[in-house]
Design a protein around this ligand. Structure first.
Ligand SMILES: C[S@@+](CC[C@H](N)C(=O)[O-])C[C@H]1O[C@@H](n2cnc3c(N)ncnc32)[C@H](O)[C@@H]1O
Length: 320
């Protein structure tokens, strides 16, 4: 994958430059020194670096993203049906729009806890929810964080559950945190081919082959059901959902797709690709295709619209 190889290459070159190393021979010698006298080095791992690039990107376009994702998150929330007085966990809460929406749904007698691994997004979420006394946050991995057993009435997520390293372990952890008969509802992407908003810009850039498929990890409803069942959930419903969404205009949409989502990830991890032109021409899917698709308002609210498809899994906790 272009992004990953690009990053490995970059970090090696970078490290060599930092140590004033010019030849491969010298570099080998240094590698041995590192082996015998390991020193802590501050350079983040590719995975950590990728995560922090993502965090910064999401923070940069959070208002545009909220505008795009809000209707989809509200659909999941309608399936969850949070009630006044309930205690709800928001998984992968990001910059906190859904935390505030949930806090309003459960009212002052209820409580909402947002959990996320991204400190920068949590900082934004904390500021955003500052006027809600019934909101708190956990910085941690929802897969492994210690969540008090049987402490939540419901668990919600807007696109925050697809990146778990071990989904069964993660949903098992969430399951044990639910009260008996507690509910879980989340919204996640269907396949890339069903999501024009992601697919068309990738095709226009000729970068379809470089996609990280993590956001589409739950594209197969059978897999979603299998994971949830293995984690202890039953009464599982997966509802396909289709809706035109946008960020308010063509410029806004292009800014979003080039910052976040599959194309955004490729470009932020291999920024030199922004300078390349005409990737798509040979494949019959050029930039004009992208423009047409993105500029034609397809929803009532107008603006840059794109057709997106989602799955809407909902599950209840298995009674013990
Ligand atoms: C696509 S963003 C969605 C953010 C937010 N829910 C929204 O809709 O604006 C995915 C979020 O999930 C978080 N995330 C990913 N894996 C996680 C994990 N294992 N535990 C907690 N948060 C996680 C990311 O840091 C990110 O904020």
């Amino acid at each position: 994958m272009v992004g990953v190889y690009g990053m490995v290459h970059y970090s090696t070159q970078q490290r060599m430059r930092e140590f004033g190393i010019r030849s491969a021979t010298t570099f080998t010698g240094m590698a041995l020194l590192w082996y015998r006298w390991p020193v802590p080095h501050t350079e983040p791992s590719p995975r950590a670096n990728s995560r922090s690039l993502a965090e910064n990107a999401w923070a940069a376009v959070r208002e545009l993203l909220d505008r795009q994702l809000s209707p989809l998150g509200l659909r999941a929330m309608a399936a969850l049906d949070p009630k006044p007085g309930e205690r709800v966990l928001d998984v992968g809460c990001g910059a906190g729009q859904t935390v505030v929406q949930l806090a309003e749904a459960v009212g002052p007698a209820g409580e909402v806890v947002g959990i996320d691994i991204a400190p920068l997004l949590l900082e934004i979420a904390r500021e955003r929810a500052a006027t809600h006394a019934n909101v708190s946050f956990i910085e941690g991995d929802a897969q492994t964080s210690c969540l008090q057993a049987e402490s939540f009435d419901a668990i919600s997520s807007r696109f925050g559950v697809m990146a778990f390293g071990d989904p069964v372990e993660a949903f098992g952890n969430l399951h044990q945190a639910l009260k008996p008969a507690g509910r879980l509802a989340f919204v996640c992407w269907r396949s890339l081919t069903e999501n024009e908003l992601d697919l068309l810009p990738l095709r226009a850039a000729g970068l379809e082959g470089a996609v990280d498929m993590t956001p589409f990890a739950f594209e197969d409803p059978a897999r979603v059901r299998g994971v949830l069942r293995a984690a202890g959930f039953d009464e599982i419903a997966v509802e396909p959902h289709e809706q035109n969404v946008g960020s308010g205009g063509l410029e806004a949409m292009l800014s979003v797709v080039m910052t976040v989502g599959p194309l955004g990830k490729i470009l932020r991890e291999a920024p030199s690709l922004r300078g390349h032109r005409g990737f798509g021409w040979g494949r019959g899917v050029g930039v004009s295709n992208l423009t047409t698709s993105s500029s034609t308002p397809r929803n009532q609210s107008g603006g840059g619209a794109a057709c997106c498809a989602r799955d809407q899994p909902r599950a209840t906790r298995q009674a013990r």
